[in-house]
Design a protein around this ligand. Structure first.
Ligand SMILES: [Zn+2]
Length: 335
């Protein structure tokens, strides 16, 4: 076998409340090979001091996956909080604000990891217009690409959805974890959905509050009587989602210059299972009174990579760093 096709192991870690770990292989030409089936999941370590986090993480990864730092296996990390160069800002265990030590690992924000994976191997692959990915879960991740003269460009400084959307008609505007009222993040995350259900008089049991997606799916299974309260809560949630998408649509389009048509929005994360794309698109057009100044073509899709996206993005990021390549030039291939 040619040396450049020799395969090496790389792990992709997706860190949130739990750590998802997937083992991939790669070669020196920039091919990243998807694993047939290997997915470990374990609790994110909690440490009293931020500086102790990387040590605890390495121990947990070693114990749960057999990963070994010594034999040169690469490791990339997708993290559920703002990432500034290699420094992640705490959000797993504590409030955002203090840097959390991750040693010298290649790390990127989880919104960006999902976006990269979607672009390389998922629903965003091959799309030529502006592209935006939203991951909907306990938080809201955001990643965008613009299509430039030299190929794609990752829009820097995104990953978090702390921008305001209009709040007229919203009874209880939640306070965002960034301290503001009216953030898109706080209006469409899991907590907001639970609140919308409760405003309609749907009781959400304690153990189901962390994932309203599954709870709603159970209440609306095919063959069940229509649940109008859940329907109204979901309708309001779609409206809020549409409002944020319209903001991003206008921004992606450079304020109406129609430079990067058609814009495509890909929705991932646990709550994306609830999205009715046609309804959402309808709400988006309604926001503009039926006549968006950006043009008429708006694509909304769901991400097909599912919950593997974070690990794939993290592994691609690590491989790009090992090989000193543009991450958008990594080729993701089956086993
Ligand atoms: Zn915010």
């Amino acid at each position: 076998m040619l040396e450049r096709h020799r395969r090496f192991r790389v792990w992709g870690l997706d860190i949130g409340q739990t750590v998802k770990a997937m083992a991939f292989t790669y070669d020196k030409t920039g091919n990243l090979y998807l694993p047939a089936q290997r997915n470990e999941k374990f609790l994110t370590p909690r440490t009293a001091r931020n500086s102790a986090f990387s040590g605890a993480l390495f121990d947990a990864v070693r114990k749960n996956t057999g990963w070994s730092h010594d034999c040169g296996e690469a490791l990339g990390v997708s993290f559920c909080g703002p990432v500034i160069r290699r420094t992640v800002m705490v959000s797993v265990n504590r409030r955002i604000g203090a840097p959390l030590d991750l040693g010298r690992l290649p790390v990127l924000n989880d919104g960006m990891a999902h976006t990269l994976a979607s672009r390389l191997a998922g629903s965003g692959k091959g799309h030529k217009g502006a592209y935006c990915m939203l991951t909907l879960g306990s938080g809201v991740g955001l990643g965008m690409f613009h299509w430039g003269d030299h190929g794609d460009a990752l829009v820097p400084n995104n990953g978090e959805a702390h921008f305001s959307v209009h709040t007229e008609g919203i009874r209880r505007v939640p306070k965002c974890n960034c301290g503001r009222y009216g953030c898109f993040e706080a209006l469409v995350n899991n907590k907001a959905l639970v609140d919308l259900l409760e405003q309609e008089g749907v009781e959400v049991p304690g153990e189901r509050r962390d994932n309203a997606g599954f709870f709603i799916e159970e209440l609306t299974r095919p063959g069940m009587r229509p649940n109008f309260k859940v329907g109204r809560a979901l309708g309001a949630w779609h409206q809020r989602l549409a409002s944020g998408i319209c903001n991003l649509w206008a921004m992606n389009d450079m304020g109406g210059n129609r430079l990067q048509e058609p814009p495509m929005f890909v929705l991932g994360g646990g709550l994306s299972r609830l999205v009715l794309t046609a309804t959402l698109k309808q709400f988006c057009f309604t926001e503009f009174g039926g006549k968006p100044f950006m043009g008429k073509r708006l694509l909304i899709r769901k991400e097909k990579l599912g919950n593997a996206a974070g690990c794939i993005g993290a592994a691609a990021w690590a491989v790009a760093e090992c090989l000193d390549m543009d991450p958008l030039n990594i080729r993701v291939l089956r086993g």
